[in-house]
Design a protein. Structure first.
Lengths: 324, 431
């Protein structure tokens, strides 16, 4: 045995021994470290979610003198079938609002994301007043949603609104933006596209600037025109960015409802109403909590579907690629 | 051992002294009462309530009222619900929707104020001084009073006297009935949406203004029984037929009309006549550059008719009996003729007590601006606001039925039949 090794062993012996009492502490130590996060997740996610799922299986009491009643999945059945429920008023509109939510989310995403891409392409070059252009397109994203919606409520207002005043001054027929069923959802979608496009544009700009310029120079030398460059270089290299934006946009789409507070309260006849806002509208009466919980669970399931999609595209694929 | 015991005795003695001094302090400190109020009209509400509280606290040193602005009516309900479930602290007394009295009874939120009225020396005279139309939303089926009318309102017809002059109508005469309403409307309308003869808002809570048409046809949508509604009774259906036909006459735009935009459309001359709450009167008078006329809602098949609306004062089950008694003294103060007169003049709400109208500042205000007196005269023809068990849902059901007709999705009869069935499904559980 040579000298350095002897030194090492002797040092080892002088280290404190981990006895049975201390090992418990050592065992628990990591849990103490994650405890703050775990407690937060438990209090603000797991506990309320469990309560929501449990609540969705009960019919709340009609008056304080009655007990709540276990009804199994009846609240869910009632939402889709109006024939035997005590709440035909809710089942009459639920499917409509579910469809509205899907239409709202899909159409805002499918319009604002491509437009954001085009804006990013246009602004990813050296032009005069670049900062002003970028800011103008980005600034709606800086506004709080309710503020943006309030601005648009002045634009959309029926007899006194900006949009109709402009239309009238050109001698064009006026439009009832928020007051008729055929327009109300579309009007709300326009506001969200206006608001969100600049936000997604920023992601694309960041993505565009991370693509090395020499790839385009090489393509130029090979005679690729601008469309071919976009099609075969830009889009494939921005695949990750696009997927990220899509997932962010979809989840945000299901959660953006406060604009309805300023833009017609989900009306007329719930034609622009969205699931989360409907939950908010029905929440104030405890007797609706069975249905409110059931709708929340449904919304949660839809959102989880997108989270799983997110995981599939970003994590699982990457793990597979790393394995190869 | 002996020393340890002595220590405990000393500590106990200290504790008892502390407790005793605490209770002495508690007797000295005034009883704190939380008063929550929502906003619904313009005006410096916070200032007004802070002023009333200061006045009350000075006159009642054993009570300290703490007024809190609590957002909307729903936020106060949420506060009570939270307190009932054992977390958080809510109000001891609050202004909440008059139409929700029955719902709050069902929820176990409120105690009947009848018990306090019974203890008053002149309890009967006190109750009888309120306008009967306002009390309809305060009592249950047995005539027991649960809440006290406070910030109450009723819809009226506002019209632009200058435009009446311009088209050759008598500016001192509002349209008296529905035929005149349409006739005047046609004369006042300009083409291409440049100016509408009439705007009746229909978003948010369209059931309320609609009740005026139903009551004027001789059938309110609700009666004394909080588990019964009359949504598809023939006079109600014909009321909705008339309401739905106004755009066809070309005097009112198609589709839903926004409550909040309507006063602005009126004061900017884009609408010649509007239905709106009396609560908007001060705002309209301040912003109009023309002479404003105020009239009754035009008569229907049996005469004039209007609903009441607004908020009542409630005392809650979550407070101790001492707090409830103190809360009642605050209510007595707020509902006194002096305060009601001041409150009405300051906000535009209709003073709920008849004697308040004989006092200044309200009396001189009505003398100076007769528009302020119209709502009071109309109360004679007013009936209760739609109030049932599970009130919010039932009001929504009627509201949806009305907007289905306004937006052309359904015919009045079909829509109201559906609404009646939906309401029955809920209300039959309470019978």
């Amino acid at each position: 045995m040579d000298a350095p090794a002897q030194v090492a062993t002797s040092q080892l012996k002088t280290l404190p021994q981990i006895g049975p009492q201390k090992s418990l502490l050592a065992l628990l130590f990591p849990y103490f470290l994650v405890a703050p996060t775990l407690i937060l997740i438990f209090v603000f996610t797991i506990w309320p979610t469990t309560q929501t799922v449990i609540g969705s299986l009960y019919k709340p009491p009609l008056t304080v003198r009655q007990q709540e009643q276990f009804v199994g999945l009846q609240n869910y059945v009632d939402l889709f079938d109006s024939s035997r429920t005590t709440r035909p008023d809710i089942s009459a509109v639920f499917t409509k609002i579910l469809v509205n939510t899907l239409v709202f989310t899909t159409s805002t995403v499918l319009v604002s994301v491509p437009v954001a891409f085009i804006f990013a392409l246009l602004l990813n070059r050296k032009i005069r007043y670049l900062g002003i252009w970028r800011f103008s397109l980005f600034y709606p994203a800086l506004l709080p949603l309710i503020g943006a919606a309030s601005i648009w409520s002045f634009i959309y207002a029926d007899t006194i609104g900006l949009a109709n005043t402009v239309l009238r001054s050109f001698g064009l027929p006026t439009v009832q933006w928020l007051n008729i069923q055929s327009m109300s959802l579309l009007s709300v979608i326009i506001v969200i596209i206006w608001k969100q496009t600049g936000y997604y544009m920023i992601f694309y700009l960041a993505g565009l600037q991370s693509i090395p310029r020499d790839i385009y120079e090489a393509a130029d030398l090979d005679g690729a025109n601008i469309w071919q460059q976009i099609r075969f270089i830009t889009l494939p290299l921005l695949r990750r960015t696009t997927l990220f934006i899509m997932v962010v946009a979809f989840t945000a789409g299901f959660q953006m409802v406060e604009q309805l507070e300023a833009l017609g309260l989900g009306g007329p006849n719930d034609s622009s109403n969205l699931l989360l806002y409907y939950v908010f509208q029905k929440f104030s009466d405890p007797r609706n909590w069975g249905y409110v919980n059931a709708i929340t669970v449904i919304l949660l399931l839809i959102l989880m579907l997108f989270t799983v999609t997110n995981f599939y595209f970003f994590e699982w694929r990457r793990i597979r690629e790393d394995e190869h | 051992m002996f020393q340890k015991n002595r220590l405990i005795i000393v500590l106990l003695a200290l504790c008892i002294t502390a407790l005793f001094s605490f209770s002495v302090m508690a007797q000295d400190a005034p009883l704190e009462i939380n008063f929550y109020y929502p906003t619904a009209v313009g005006g410096p509400l916070t200032q007004i309530f802070d002023g009333y509280a200061a006045q009350f606290n000075e006159a009642n040193p054993d009570i300290k009222v703490i007024p809190t602005y609590a957002g909307g009516y729903n936020d106060i309900s949420a506060a009570i619900q939270t307190e009932i479930q054992g977390t958080g602290e809510g109000p001891d007394v609050a202004v909440m929707l008059a139409a929700d009295t029955q719902t709050f009874i069902d929820n176990g939120y409120i105690v009947p104020v009848q018990q306090f009225i019974d203890e008053m020396e002149d309890g009967e005279a006190y109750v009888n001084d309120f306008f009967p139309a306002f009390l309809l939303n305060s009592v249950d089926g047995d005539g027991m009073v649960w809440s006290i009318p406070f910030q109450r309102s009723t819809p009226v017809l506002y019209y632009n006297k200058d435009l009446f002059n311009e088209v050759g109508l008598d500016p001192e005469k509002a349209p008296a009935n529905r035929e005149e309403l349409i006739e005047y409307g046609k004369q006042l309308t300009l083409p291409d949406g440049e100016r509408w003869g009439l705007l009746i808002p229909s978003d948010g809570f369209p059931y309320w203004l609609f009740q005026g048409f139903a009551i004027a046809n001789g059938q309110n949508v609700v009666g004394e029984n909080p588990a019964e509604v009359f949504f598809n009774a023939p006079p109600v259906v014909s009321a909705l037929e008339f309401f739905g036909s106004l755009p066809d006459e070309g005097i009112m735009p198609d589709g839903v009309i926004v409550w909040g935009d309507t006063p602005t459309a009126f004061t900017s001359g884009k609408a010649a006549m509007i239905y709106h709450t009396t609560g908007s009167l001060t705002n309209i008078l301040n912003n109009a550059t023309f002479e404003v006329g105020v009239g009754f809602l035009p008569a229907g098949d049996v005469g004039y008719g209007a609903p009441t609306g607004g908020g009542n004062l409630y005392v809650f089950t979550t407070s101790t009996p001492e707090e409830q008694a103190a809360a009642w003294r605050w209510i007595e103060f707020l509902s006194s003729p002096e305060i009601q007169s001041d409150w009405s003049a300051g906000t535009g709400y209709v003073a709920a007590r008849q004697s308040a109208w004989e006092l200044d500042p309200l009396m001189s205000l009505v003398a100076e601006k007769p528009q302020y007196g119209v709502a009071r005269e109309q109360l004679e023809f007013a009936d209760k606001e739609l109030a049932t068990h599970q009130g919010l849902d039932i009001r929504n059901i009627l509201g949806t039925a009305i907007s289905r007709v306004i937006t052309g999705e359904m015919e009045p009869q079909e829509s109201l039949d559906q609404a009646q069935a939906e309401a029955e499904a809920i209300l039959s559980q309470y019978r």
